[in-house]
Design a binder for this molecule. Structure first.
Ligand code: TYC
Length: 119
């Protein structure tokens, strides 16, 4: 084996070469392409004969951040058609909204039903 006179006897040559800017970018691009977009879920209110309309409007305003007019329109759609969409969210957010709506409804003595369905 030829000896290199400038090399110290016990030095180890580096095995990891630093990334060039281009190769780092292509590695990041590949990682981004692997990331799936999050699955989305509709949060839906169901009609019943007992929950007061004003309570449903309050729920839609407070938990889904709708104004009075939009909340009233969604409530009336549920009342007339049997169900209506209050919003579309990622799984965890949708499931938390469903729990919160059901909790406040039961605590208030109303049978309002809320569910989520995959978009
Ligand atoms: N149908 C109810 C009533 O007549 C009102 C209502 C609307 C209830 C929407 C639930 O998700 C609902 N008082």
């Amino acid at each position: 084996m030829p000896t290199n006179p400038s090399k110290k006897p016990n030095s180890v040559s580096p095995t990891v070469k630093p990334f060039s800017e281009e190769s780092l970018t292509s590695v990041l691009d590949r990682e981004i392409q692997k990331t799936e977009p999050p699955k989305l879920y509709r949060v839906i209110l169901l009609n019943d004969d007992f929950t007061p309309m004003e309570f449903v409007v309050m729920v839609i305003r407070e938990f889904f951040h709708k104004d009075q007019e939009t909340a009233t329109r969604i409530m009336l759609q549920v009342h007339i058609e049997g169900k209506g969409v209050c919003g579309v969210f990622t799984k965890d957010v949708a499931s938390t909204k469903v729990e919160q709506v059901i909790e406040i409804s039961r605590k208030s003595g109303h049978p309002l039903q809320c569910m989520m369905e995959k978009v």
